[in-house]
Design a protein around this ligand. Structure first.
Ligand SMILES: [Zn+2]
Length: 117
């Protein structure tokens, strides 16, 4: 066993004593078992934190989340504009259409609130 291996084993043992847990996953760099130290994933042999690449799904969910405030603002602006149009409109048929549109916008806004959790 080389000095480097010896040092990594000692470090691993120390971390385990401090409450780290050993994971089933191996380090992508060296193949050593990975340790979970609090919220971090750590490789004792490489002596570094391992950051897992995000899956496509996570990246997508993240992109949608960052878009939500913009979408919400757009919808609110549309509702404000619509409110002014409804205020001036006197034709019943036109008002019905406008009211339907308003309901759709409000539903979309409500759905956004549901996603943003
Ligand atoms: Zn490693």
């Amino acid at each position: 066993m080389s000095d480097k291996d010896d040092a990594s084993v000692k470090r691993m043992a120390q971390l385990l004593r401090q409450g780290a847990t050993m994971l089933a996953d191996a380090c992508p760099q060296c193949g050593s078992p990975l340790l979970k130290v609090k919220d971090d994933i750590y490789c004792a042999k490489c002596d570094r934190r391992i950051v897992y690449a995000q899956s496509d799904e996570e990246v997508e969910a993240q992109a949608v989340k960052t878009l939500i405030p913009e979408l919400r603002e757009t919808l609110i602006n549309k509702l404000k504009a619509l409110n002014e149009v409804v205020d001036r409109e006197t034709d019943t048929e036109a008002l019905t259409k406008l009211a339907n549109l308003m309901v759709l916008l409000l539903q979309a806004l409500h759905k956004l609130e549901g996603i943003d959790k």
